[in-house]
Design a protein. Structure first.
Length: 265
């Protein structure tokens, strides 16, 4: 172990970095924000506010997309694309805002919706339609940061859990409690601190659903939470529960790096 850490420190020294790579340097998950509005000046102001918030809060990668038609936004969702946050002009829906919100919720109940209204008298209507936040169109900067703080906090909490339908029933897993996932043909076994669960999903699908930098693919058949690796040597690693797993030759160096970095933080 000491030899691995020594090698890692030399690597960072000769590459001009710190001798101790920070956990914060891991790639942050992309946040997707959609703006549905037709006013160019309104869109520009919202983009500017998002950029200011991104820099001040260091929230990582943010992708902003603009839709000038609600039908295009819904079509995007029909095609399987979703946003973390949707900023929606209340006047843009042809069949009414309430109908549009229902269609958005049907396609993806996890998207957070900020409704832009033109007058304060519409505030109650907006909350009755179960939007997540309401901003005045004439002054969106008022409480924008407070709004984003709340919604980003909710999104982070949501990302910590994983809802899956397993053979044993429907469960909500905490990512931090999953040790590793093992693939056996068309079925995977989720090895969690509280026990094992079986699911008919491909490992690639589960890896995409988990979407965490702490989970690494050590082999075609194994996805491992790096925080639970105890030892690694001779193309094998030992997990916290005592399981010994094979590491493929092609992935061995990457797994060593991830393990050493985790130990140094």
């Amino acid at each position: 172990m000491e030899r691995i850490i020594s090698i890692m420190r030399c690597f960072y020294f000769f590459n001009g970095g710190s001798s101790k790579p920070a956990r914060g340097n891991r790639k942050k998950k992309l946040m997707i924000i959609w703006i549905c509005d037709r006013g160019k000046s309104d869109i520009d102001e919202l983009k500017s506010l998002i950029e200011c918030y991104k820099k001040k809060k260091d929230i990582g990668n943010v992708e902003v997309r603009v839709f000038d038609d609600a039908a295009d936004l819904i079509q995007e969702m029909i095609e399987g694309n979703v946003a973390d946050i949707i900023i929606l002009d209340a006047m843009i829906a042809e069949n009414g805002t309430e109908d549009l919100l229902k269609r958005i919720r049907t396609r993806n109940s996890d998207s957070k919706v900020i409704l832009l209204i033109s007058e304060m008298r519409h505030v109650l209507d907006g909350y009755q339609m179960k939007t997540d936040w309401i901003l005045l169109k004439q002054n969106p900067s008022d409480r924008f940061f407070e709004c984003m703080d709340r919604l980003c906090s909710d999104i982070r909490e949501k990302r910590k859990i994983l809802s899956l339908s397993c053979v044993e029933g429907d469960f909500v897993f905490s990512r931090s409690k999953i040790l590793f996932i093992e693939s056996e043909g068309h079925r995977c076994t989720i090895h969690e601190l509280n026990g094992d669960y079986h699911i008919y999903r491909r490992l690639d699908e589960l890896e995409e659903r988990i979407d965490s930098p702490y989970f690494i693919r050590i082999h075609q058949s194994y996805l491992v939470n790096v925080k639970y690796i105890q030892r690694i040597s001779n193309y094998e690693l030992t997990m916290a529960d005592g399981c010994i797993l094979p590491v493929s030759k092609a992935r061995y160096k990457q797994v060593q790096r991830e393990y050493a970095e985790n130990k140094m933080n």
